[in-house]
Design a protein around this ligand. Structure first.
Ligand code: COA
Length: 256
C-alpha cells in the first residue's frame, strides 16, 4: 500500500482502491486528501494492470464531509485560486480514463457528494447520507450546481441545494444518484465485485464508453461556476456561516 498525501492507494488485482484517510476531519478535502485524489487517479490511469478504480473513505463514519471548512480564505484572489483547485479535484474522476466507482461508506456532504457524483458509479452503504449543505454556510456547491440537475432533475437539485438536507442511501438510489445500496459491512466486497465485472470487459471499449457518455463535461458551465463562487465567498453571510461552523454555533445570517 502507498500513502499519497492523505490517501491510501492499494492495487487489488485489476482494481485500484483509493481510501480517503483523515477520519478525524471526516475525510474533508484537506490539501492532503486533494493531492492524494489527483495522484491516485493519475497512477491508476498510468498502471496498465489497473482497469477500474474504487474510491472510499476511512473510519466508517464518513466518505468525505466536503471542503475543509476551517481553511477557507475569504480574500477574493485566494477564494478563486482555492475554487479552481477544488473544481479540478472534484472533476478528476470524470477526467480519468478508466471507470471510477465511489463506494460511499457514510457521510458524503458538499465536496464529498460532488466527488461521488463525478464518479461513474456510486455504490452506497445503507448508512450513507448524501447532501449539499453549503447553503447552511452561506455558500453554494459549485460542482453540484453544474451537474446535479442532470442527475436528479432541476427541482430536486434546487431543493437539495436550497435546503441542504441529507438524503438516505435508498432515496439516493431512487433519485438516480446511487446505483445500489448494500448492507454496511458488504460495501467494499460489493464495490469490488462490481468493479471486477467491469474489469472483465474489453478495456478499450469500456474506456470509450466512459469517454462518450462524459462528452461535453467540463466546459463553459464549469468556468461559470468558477467565476461565480469566489464572489459568494466574499459575502458577509459566508463569513458568518463558516465562522459559526468553526465556533460550533448557529449562524445569524443578514436578513434572518
Ligand atoms: N471540514 C473540516 N472539518 C470538518 C468538516 C469539514 N467539512 N466536517 C466535519 N469536520 C470536523 C468537525 O469540525 C469535527 O472536528 P472536531 O472534532 O475537531 O471538532 C469533526 O470533523 C467531526 O465532525 P462533527 O461536526 O463533530 O460530527 P457530527 O457527527 O456532529 O456532524 C456533520 C457531522 C457532517 C453533519 C458535520 O460535521 C457537518 O455539517 N460538517 C460540514 C459539512 C459541510 O458543510 N460540508 C460542505 C463544506 S463546503
Amino acid at each position: 500500500m502507498l500513502r499519497l498525501g492523505s490517501v491510501n492507494y492499494e492495487v487489488r488485482g485489476k482494481i485500484a482502491v483509493l481510501t480517503l484517510d483523515e477520519p478525524d476531519k471526516l475525510n474533508a478535502l484537506t490539501a492532503g486528501i486533494r493531492a492524494g485524489i489527483l495522484e491516485g487517479l493519475k497512477r491508476a490511469d498510468q498502471d496498465d494492470g489497473v482497469r477500474v478504480t474504487v474510491i472510499t473513505g476511512a473510519g466508517g463514519k464518513a466518505f468525505c464531509a466536503g471542503a475543509d471548512i476551517g481553511n477557507f480564505d475569504f480574500k477574493p484572489e485566494k477564494a478563486r485560486a482555492f475554487f479552481i483547485n477544488a473544481m479540478d479535484v472534484l472533476a478528476a474522476p470524470e477526467r480519468a480514463l478508466k471507470p471510477v466507482i465511489a463506494a460511499v461508506n457514510g457521510i458524503a456532504y458538499g465536496g464529498g457528494f460532488e466527488l461521488a457524483i463525478a464518479c461513474d458509479f456510486i455504490i452506497a452503504a445503507e448508512r450513507a447520507r448524501f447532501a449539499v449543505p453549503e447553503i447552511k454556510l452561506g455558500i453554494l456547491p459549485g460542482f453540484a450546481i453544474v451537474r446535479l440537475g442532470d442527475i436528479v432533475g432541476r427541482a430536486k437539485a434546487k431543493e437539495m441545494s436550497m435546503l441542504g438536507e441529507p438524503v438516505s442511501a435508498d432515496e439516493a438510489c431512487r433519485l438516480g444518484i446511487a446505483s445500489r445500496a448494500v448492507p454496511d459491512d458488504r460495501l467494499l466486497p460489493e464495490a469490488l465485485a462490481f468493479a471486477e465485472r467491469v474489469a472483465a470487459q474489453p478495456r478499450l471499449a469500456v474506456q470509450m464508453a466512459k469517454s462518450f457518455y462524459n462528452r461535453g463535461l467540463g466546459g463553459d458551465e464549469m468556468r461559470h461556476a468558477i467565476d461565480g463562487f469566489p464572489f459568494l465567498l466574499t459575502h458577509a453571510d459566508a463569513r458568518e456561516g463558516i465562522n459559526a461552523f468553526s465556533e460550533k454555533r448557529k449562524p445569524r445570517f443578514g436578513d434572518n
